[in-house]
Ligand binder design. Structure first.
Ligand SMILES: [Zn+2]
Length: 411
């Protein structure tokens, strides 16, 4: 067993919400942070500190950090690796940790900056941004090499060393286009981690269908080189184009695959039995169904029909199952209302609203408090445009002032 570990930084609230045609309301992003924290996930890249409509959401979630509701999860913001972005992030929000991102490949340096920036300019922009972040006393500063997988190794090493010299805590290797395969990423990360000796974050995409394999192969390389590894995930693999590394699949791969199980250690705080809950919630919030063959949480993940398989699974589940459904938080009966339904929503009145909260066994101390929460529930529904879940309703009743901030948006 190696001493270094694999940690998970979920990027649903940053890369996941960048998914074309889809997105999450700020309340839904907040719930994802809460569920990730409950699940024992190390970190959440929770948004964009220089984007105005994120400000109240980010600051409200930082209040949840301060009051111990979002603890011990680490929340980090995403900005471009330029000094102005770091400056603005510090002015606009109370975010304590930042990931600074800039393209490192020749393709992107030439293709995006159109000859206006040399690769030395890129280094200078990044190191200036890191220096400024350090001066601003940010707690954790990560540096993201966008398109790292298409970047020549000598430059990538130079870039990562410069980041380290200026005080970066981590380097994020972005396989932005999903160009790596498990063998190339292993080789490249092994060299990078051995040369730079800095924790490596693996940020992989699924354009060639290899996102899980690449993420774990990269993590293995970092640990083999004596560094900690951080894998970026999203809930249900949401993300641009073909998506990012699915959270549950990554956990399963590290816990149960033959080369990892018992050999490489996942952050021991991760609670797999929250998988079902967070997967279902993200599916509801994004309005994207979980594929039936999704690892662990698809409806067919533990279904057996053919004679030999069903017989074998019934005799001993280990014949056809690597892990138990209970481990993913499955198998509990779920209540579905088939009769009358009273919903609390944007046009609700006090009677229906009280009925909904009575069922959740939440009492209000007086009519004034009830009226206040009702008003917030109305706004919440305007904001999410779908029926509020029990957890969302509980959140609003428990943290009304935080909820009010999250719903407030002034263009
Ligand atoms: Zn990405």
């Amino acid at each position: 067993m190696k001493n270094n570990k694999i940690y998970i930084i979920d990027v649903t609230n940053r890369d996941g919400v960048q998914t074309a045609k889809l997105g999450l309301a700020k309340l839904q992003k907040t719930m994802i942070n809460i569920f990730l924290n409950d699940m024992g996930i190390y970190g959440s890249e929770f948004g964009f500190p220089v984007t105005r409509h994120e400000t109240n959401y980010l600051n409200a979630n930082m209040e949840l950090v301060k009051t111990g509701v979002l603890k011990p999860i680490i929340l980090n913001g995403w900005v471009r690796a330029i000094k102005e972005d770091v400056k603005k992030a510090c002015e606009m929000t109370n975010v304590e940790n930042l990931n600074l991102s800039i393209s490192t490949s020749e393709q992107m340096t030439n293709g995006k900056f159109l000859g206006n920036k040399t690769r030395d300019d890129i280094l200078l922009l990044m190191t200036d941004a890191v220096d400024f972040a350090r001066k601003k006393k940010l707690k954790i500063v990560g540096v993201n090499a966008e398109d790292a997988s298409r970047t020549d190794m000598p430059y990538l090493i130079k870039f990562a060393k410069a980041a380290k010299d200026h005080g970066a805590d981590r380097i994020r290797y972005c396989d932005t286009l999903g160009y790596d395969d498990p063998f190339t990423i292993y080789k490249r990360i092994k060299i990078l981690a051995s040369e730079v000796k800095l924790p490596i974050e693996l940020h992989c995409h699924n354009d060639l269908g290899m996102v899980i394999a690449c993420s774990v192969a990269g993590a293995k390389a970092a640990i083999d080189a004596g560094c900690d590894a951080y894998i970026n995930t999203t809930v249900n693999g949401m993300g641009e184009r073909a998506g990012n590394a699915d959270l549950v699949s990554i956990i399963l791969a590290i816990k149960y695959s033959s080369g990892f199980s018992g050999k490489y250690q996942l952050d021991e705080r991760v609670k797999l039995n929250h998988a079902w809950k967070i997967g279902k919630y993200a599916s509801y919030a994004f309005k994207v169904p979980i594929p039936i063959n999704h690892p662990g949480i698809g409806t067919n993940a533990f279904a057996h029909e053919s004679g030999i398989h069903a017989d074998g699974a019934l005799k001993d589940r280990r014949n056809y199952e690597l892990y138990d459904f209970e481990e993913l938080g499955r198998g509990e009966p779920e209540l579905i209302e088939t009769g009358r339904q009273i919903i609390a929503g944007e046009y609700s009145g006090i009677k229906g609203f009280r009925n909904v909260y009575d069922k959740l066994e939440i009492k209000f101390k007086d009519d004034k408090e009830a009226a206040n929460i009702l008003e917030l529930v109305r706004y919440a529904n305007v904001h999410t445009q779908q029926p509020l879940t029990h957890d969302e309703l509980r959140f609003i009743a428990k943290y009304p002032e935080i909820a009010r901030k999250i719903f407030t948006m002034t263009p």
